[in-house]
Design a protein around this ligand. Structure first.
Ligand SMILES: Cc1ncc(COP(=O)(O)O)c(C=O)c1O
Length: 414
């Protein structure tokens, strides 16, 4: 399918570093990978007239559960809904403490807050940038009820150690597994370790449904709560009705639930994308390997950490700049790369530094400017820069990114 929203030409903008910019047109930071088959699947649903609660949603749930290796998968309207439902079904509730990672998508920490739980941020590991099991242990209290983890850039977090801590202390584990769709830890697929795992099908995720998400669990009880929560709290099972005598049409609202169900249109697109997941992951891994080869010897940056026990999904390619070897900060490098025609990103501002968390006034998160709860995350954040990485990138695009990074960093080297 033709690129539908190529960014404007940049050749009229002078390169900050000097000389001709590496690219004439801006290489987008991310683009979904859609093709004619995706269109056909969506069109078929629209023509069928069945837009909700049909076969596509059911089929997507079955295929997704099989892919992750769990008994249950529940499709939802967004990744945020998936996280909210996963936290609810895992039993997180008012006043309880939830230990969470600071280097994650900004909305990641909202789900426990929707449930009026208290957030406690545990610092990340120096290399993998995932929540550190040692830091989780350091932050445990009598009030801790759950660990909510994510997988930085698609690199699985230390799921076995986290699971062991959870079992020892009777805690639930929730994963935001969005970035690690298709990743594995010691041969086991990410999304199958936690009490409940959430996935987003946002356009920047590995597969997209435009909007949409999924929750996976291996636990029957957790699945029952998920279904109730995402379907307006409605109960139809006659054996469970309070007033079954009302009539055969009768159903009851027995919980304050939400309308979090996806449409058949979303499910059809997600199903079509899911079929291409192996090829998407293969291309992502190829691109990451090309970047790694190009940058691994440079003293100006550190390439992403890899662990032989973990198969990475490479949702993002995040470089750590080496400030001692550079005479410019991340801001200059970011702007210079954009001027070379390469759109880059920054992932992530530590979640608790978003003003909301300060304004909430919780002593665990209201630490702006003093005694940061996660000093390692704050220091490392200032070094991070994310390069474009998505299956639609051509070999020439990859080469342009490598050329631009080498050009800019060499210019700014000490
Ligand atoms: C890692 C991660 N998790 C969750 C979400 C939220 O998903 P959604 O936008 O589908 O609500 C996003 C969205 O960008 C994300 O990047």
């Amino acid at each position: 399918m033709a690129a539908h929203h190529r960014k404007p030409l940049v050749s009229d903008r002078p390169a900050i570093v000097g000389g001709k910019p590496v690219r004439e047109s801006l290489l987008p930071f991310n683009e979904p990978c859609l093709d004619a088959r995706d269109l056909k699947q969506v069109e078929a649903v629209l023509r069928s007239g069945r837009l909700a609660a049909g076969d596509k949603v059911r089929e997507l749930e079955e295929r997704f559960a099989a892919l992750v290796g769990v008994r249950y998968a529940m499709a939802v309207a967004s990744g945020t809904a998936a996280l909210h439902a996963a936290c609810y079904a895992a039993g997180i509730s008012r006043g309880e403490e939830v230990i969470s990672t600071p280097l994650a998508f900004s909305g990641f920490a909202n789900a426990p807050l929707y449930l009026s739980a208290r957030l406690v941020f545990a610092d990340v590991g120096e290399y993998d940038l995932n929540i550190s099991p040692v830091e989780i242990e350091r932050n445990l209290t009598e009030g801790t009820c759950a660990i909510v983890a994510s997988h930085f850039a698609g690199h699985p977090c230390d799921l076995e150690s986290i699971g062991a801590i959870a079992r020892r202390h009777g805690l639930a584990v929730v994963e935001d597994a969005t970035s690690a769709l298709g990743a594995s830890y010691r041969g086991k697929t990410v999304g199958s370790f936690a009490t409940a795992a959430a996935f987003s099908f946002h356009p920047e995720a590995t597969i997209t449904a435009g909007a949409g998400g999924m929750v996976t669990t291996d636990d029957e009880d957790t699945y029952r709560w998920l279904k109730l929560f995402c379907n307006q709290g409605i109960v139809r099972d006659r054996a469970k009705l309070v007033n079954a005598k009302e009539g055969p049409w009768h159903y009851e609202v027995q919980e304050l639930g939400y309308d979090y169900r996806p449409t058949e249109i979303q499910a059809a697109l997600a199903l079509s994308q899911l079929e291409k997941l192996p090829s998407f992951l293969k291309r992502r891994r190829e691109i990451a390997a090309r970047y790694n080869d190009a940058f691994c010897q440079s003293p100006l940056m550190e390439i992403p950490y890899e662990d032989p026990d973990k198969e990475d999904a490479w949702n993002l390619y995040v470089l750590k700049l080496n400030p001692e070897s550079l005479r410019a900060d991340r801001m200059h490098i970011f702007l210079a790369l954009q001027a070379e025609g390469v759109e880059v990103g920054v992932h992530y501002l530590p979640v608790y530094l978003h003003p909301l968390h300060g304004w909430l006034g919780d002593p665990n998160v209201c630490t702006l400017g003093q005694d940061p709860p996660c000093p390692r995350a704050e220091t490392i954040y200032r070094r991070l820069i994310t390069l474009p990485l998505y299956p639609r990138m051509s070999d020439a695009d990859i080469l342009d990114v490598i050329t631009a990074v080498n050009k800019v960093l060499t210019f700014y080297s000490r």
